[in-house]
Design a protein around this ligand. Structure first.
Ligand SMILES: [Zn+2]
Length: 128
């Protein structure tokens, strides 16, 4: 197995295990446990190659560096923890997004960003 295959598999595994959109630094931190000597340049290169193969989907969030997750499961809605800055998929949906738009505007799509505190950070702050 060549190095590239190993890195691709490690990144895929990390994304599957974490089940939330991950930034390149998060991918590096999580995948370097699986691949010795992994660097950020390699992570970016591997992301690019996975994107080209359709094995990864990019998640763009306002004012944030892109995150990456498995294709097809990407949701329009995300939750960002204001404490740890992690981003999670948010399963909910709006019944009537049209009602949020300016009068007489037509809504064709929407994406929602929720902010707050994630489960882990809530648990950590409760034990302090
Ligand atoms: Zn958090």
């Amino acid at each position: 197995m060549n190095r590239n295959t190993k890195q691709r598999r490690a990144l895929r595994e990390v994304i599957e295990e974490n089940d939330r959109p991950l930034s390149p630094p998060e991918l590096l931190a999580l995948a370097s446990v699986k691949v010795d000597g992994l660097g950020i340049a390699t992570v970016y290169r591997t992301i690019k190659s996975l994107l080209e193969d359709g094995a990864l989907a990019q998640v763009d969030l306002p004012g944030e560096p892109p995150r990456y997750e498995l294709p097809g499961k990407s949701m329009n809605h995300h939750f960002q923890c204001e404490t740890c800055r992690k981003v999670f998929d948010a399963p909910g949906h709006l019944d009537a997004p049209q009602t949020l738009a300016p009068f007489e505007f037509s809504v064709s799509d929407y994406s929602l960003m929720l902010y707050g505190t994630c489960k882990d950070c809530l648990a950590t702050s409760a034990t302090k």
